[in-house]
Design a protein around this ligand. Structure first.
Ligand code: HEC
Length: 184
């Protein structure tokens, strides 16, 4: 262990000397391990597709957050309007709309059996909360719009309403003649 014996360097300044010692082994090992760790970390998260990327990680967390919010918080119009701005929500909503709603409202929402959802006339009302209520509880009896709450989870209903708000409402597509009352 002779290398650990303090060696004095030749120079001197104002009576101050300097040792020329080896770095302590424990220090060197933490340094080497940190280097190895950084390479492994980089390869896992960035260099290869093994680990989730930061965006994938964020998306997963965000989805979990939305799922929790959908379960625990009462649904508000403001919440739905926010969802209508999120690409992930719109994407999920589009799928649900095309599978469950397009048969009666057409894929672009311009109406067939169900009313045209792209115009400014509404049987029940244009508000996000009203739309969510009609989708969950159904329309007037005997008209064909069922209560989707028994068929679609709360999260799915929120996604499909986000899609109606963000990609269908006010797109003004030619289709079924306006029904109900015009928006003020
Ligand atoms: C079997 C046909 C049918 C299906 C499927 C259907 N709807 Fe409807 N929808 C209707 C009818 C009919 C009305 C009018 C209800 C009324 O007169 O009260 C309506 C009304 C609505 C309204 C209210 C429109 C207004 O003017 O106030 C919204 C919003 C709506 N549907 C969204 C959806 C969504 C979202 C889905 C899919 C989850 C869906 N509908 C599936 C037939 C359907």
């Amino acid at each position: 262990m002779s290398e650990y014996i303090d060696k004095l360097r030749e120079h001197e300044f104002d009576g101050i000397h300097e040792f020329d010692n080896y770095l302590p082994r424990w220090w060197l090992w933490t340094f080497y391990l940190a280097c190895i760790f950084s390479v492994v970390y980089w390869l896992y998260y960035h260099g290869t597709a093994l680990g989730p990327s930061s965006t994938a990680h964020f998306d997963n967390e965000y989805e979990a957050h939305l799922a929790l919010e959908a379960k625990t918080k009462p649904v508000t119009g403001a919440m739905l309007e926010e969802y209508a701005k999120l690409p992930k929500m719109l994407e999920a909503g589009k799928q649900i709309f095309e599978t469950n709603c397009a048969t009666c409202h057409k894929p672009d929402g311009s109406g067939l059996v169900g009313p045209n959802l792209t115009d400014k006339h509404w049987i029940h009302g244009p508000g996000a909360e009203t739309i969510y209520k009609v989708v969950s509880e159904g329309g007037r009896p005997g008209q064909g719009m069922v209560a989707w709450k028994t068929l679609l989870s709360a999260q799915k209903r929120q996604q499909v309403v986000a899609y109606v708000l963000g990609a269908i409402k006010h797109t003004n597509r030619p289709g079924k003649a306006p029904e109900g009352t015009p928006e003020k």
